[in-house]
Design a protein around this ligand. Structure first.
Ligand code: NA7
Length: 542
């Protein structure tokens, strides 16, 4: 090699582990790997830690999980009683502040390269190292490569014709600018009625001249009974931390809610209504978990819940035509239901209107706004609340290539395959947190549980001086079969008809494949623990 050629060869950095992402999952993983004594490089495309809570700065953004359990359990370093969220469903700013505090206390920032995006990751079989490249021109070799890049972080681009011609401001809600958008007196469009659109509408309607909601599929929006936490709430969290955590460990959604033990059709119509009313008052995921145990599996039971919610919508929304347009006609829970604060009530305002784009689709963006198949509407601001390529998107977009040059995207082309959602055959020393086939619900609980399991297997490999950790084809096949069977026992596959991200059905051309593990949080971690206790059976550490 000539000296000129040598000079132009980009130099490679060597680290033990790369962790992509600085949200709940990435911060926890980086902390655990650093504690093992590994040289860890965190890579984060944002300018700061926070992940979801760094990006989603749109008005109204807040958790659907209660603050008392939306946190880590790393007590030694974090002194959990030194902080409290001020509200039951903490707003974005408070969760962002919490994660910044975590990063400071655990001294994680120095491990991170911010404003950096991984552009490719390739497993080099001769050196058993991952070769990572970034958009900032870095080439890094790492023994371990962990994607903590987020379950809902790869935004969908709806690709409307004429999008570039629009003269106003158009923004994906998850890229809301730091300085905010002043919508006072402006004409605003919100496209999408998932959790994001549902949180945005009431907030923007407070000051905008007019907000037009473009709805393709109506959502089930459960109330979010928010409140300021008082001293009693704080005392409860401080003194009952272990009870709350036991509740999480034994739960289906990583939330300390106890299933009712009731079946819907065992009750009279009057009893059912009374129980649903209580669930509605408790709001959010409590409705799903605490009313009846069969809403996700029994069509008749689901019909009862769905009709109860539709009647609530009809009762809240004054205009019967709008109310009917807002009523979902598919089973409750097969698409991620949203939680809202006065979402349906917002449609009673004079400055809010609904365009049902299942009837009159958006044809194109124009310089002045949006053209549907029947009308032209002018806007100053268009907000895209159109969702994400869930779980797979953030991983696939890193162009991950494993053994024999196989791309992860191609491996998953006919359907998702993992072992325990965290490892993939053919992709040695690669791990995912909140990747496909993971349980869903309270995300910090899942992040921490998966991060701990990954830290344990890496610790074992390090103790044994092993080069390669790799799930077997058989283990991957059995787990995937189990994940698919668990989904088939529920009504969730029905969501494919209404673009549910639970099945990847919101992504054009994507093979339908269940993205989340429907078996639940407790069974997932029971299985992961069993595998670990049996010397990580199904995974070769060699
Ligand atoms: P979601 O829940 O995936 O919702 C996206 C919304 O955007 C949904 O109403 C979609 O309608 C709509 N959408 C998507 N693409 C289009 C196009 N091309 N045109 C019109 N409307 C469209 O995303 P969110 O950001 O609201 O929430 C994500 C998660 O964050 C949520 O599930 C919680 O876990 C927290 P569709 O239903 O596909 O007809």
């Amino acid at each position: 090699m000539t000296s000129a050629a040598k000079e132009s060869t980009p130099t490679s950095e060597e680290v033990d582990a790369i962790v992509v992402g600085a949200g709940f999952s990435g911060l926890y993983m980086t902390h655990r790997l650093k504690k093992l004594g590994l040289d860890v490089l965190g890579i984060e495309s944002g300018t700061d830690v926070g992940g979801t809570w760094f990006w989603n700065k749109y008005p109204g953004a807040r958790t659907d999980s209660e603050g008392i359990f939306y946190a880590f359990t790393i007590d030694e370093e974090l002194s959990p009683n030194d902080w409290d969220y001020s509200e039951k469903y903490p707003p974005q700013g408070e969760v962002y502040a919490y994660l910044r505090r975590v990063a400071d206390r655990l001294e994680l920032r120095p491990a991170y390269s911010f404003s950096t995006t991984v552009t490719s990751a390739r497993f080099d079989e001769t050196t058993a190292r991952w070769k990572i490249t970034t958009d900032t021109g870095r080439n890094i070799n790492a023994k371990y490569f962990v994607s903590a890049a987020g379950i809902l972080s790869a935004p969908v681009d709806p690709g409307y014709p004429g999008a570039d011609s629009f003269r106003g401001q158009c923004v994906h809600a998850s890229r809301w600018p730091e300085e905010g958008i002043d919508v006072t007196g402006k004409r605003v469009a919100i496209i999408g009625t998932g959790s994001t659109g549902v949180q945005l509408l009431p907030e923007l309607a407070k000051t905008a001249a007019h907000v037009t909601v473009f709805q393709r599929t109506p959502n089930y929006v459960l109330p979010s009974p928010n409140k300021q936490y008082d001293d009693e709430d704080r005392d409860y969290r401080h003194t009952e931390l272990s009870t709350i955590r036991d509740g999480i460990r034994n739960s289906s959604l990583g939330m300390p809610y106890t299933p009712s033990g009731r079946m819907t059709m065992d009750h009279t119509p009057e009893e059912r209504i009374a129980i649903f009313e209580e669930g509605w008052a408790n709001g959010g995921f409590r409705f799903l978990v605490e009313t009846f145990d069969d809403l996700w599996v029994n069509v008749a039971a689901n019909d009862e819940a769905a009709e109860f919610i539709r009647n609530k919508i009809r009762g809240i929304v004054d205009d019967p035509k709008v109310a009917e347009q807002l009523c979902p006609k598919y089973p409750y829970g097969v698409k991620r239901p949203a939680q809202g604060i006065e979402f349906y009530e917002a449609f009673n305002r004079d400055n809010v209107s609904l365009v049902d784009i299942s009837e009159t689709p958006i044809a194109e963006f124009t310089p002045d706004g949006i053209r549907t198949t029947t009308e032209d509407l002018d806007f100053d601001v268009i907000v895209l609340a159109v969702g994400y390529d869930a779980a797979t998107g953030s991983v696939i977009r890193m162009n991950v290539t494993g053994r024999d040059g196989v791309r992860l995207e191609d491996k998953w082309a006919d359907g998702l395959k993992t072992f325990l959602a965290m490892t993939v055959n053919g992709f040695p020393n690669f791990f995912m947190i909140l990747g496909p086939q993971a349980p869903t619900g309270n995300m910090p609980s899942v992040s921490e549980g998966q991060g701990a399991w990954i830290a344990d297997i890496i610790a074992k490999a390090e103790r044994e001086n092993a080069d390669v950790i790799e799930a077997s084809t058989a283990a991957e096949g059995e787990w995937t079969e189990h994940v698919n069977a668990a989904a088939a026992m529920t009504l969730v596959p029905e969501g494919a008809k209404v673009n549910s991200w639970f099945l990847g059905s919101n992504i054009e051309g994507r093979a339908e494949s269940i993205v989340i593990y429907m078996g639940g949080y407790q069974p997932f971690f029971a299985k992961a623990t069993e595998v670990a206790d049996q010397d990580f059976e199904g995974i070769s550490i060699s």
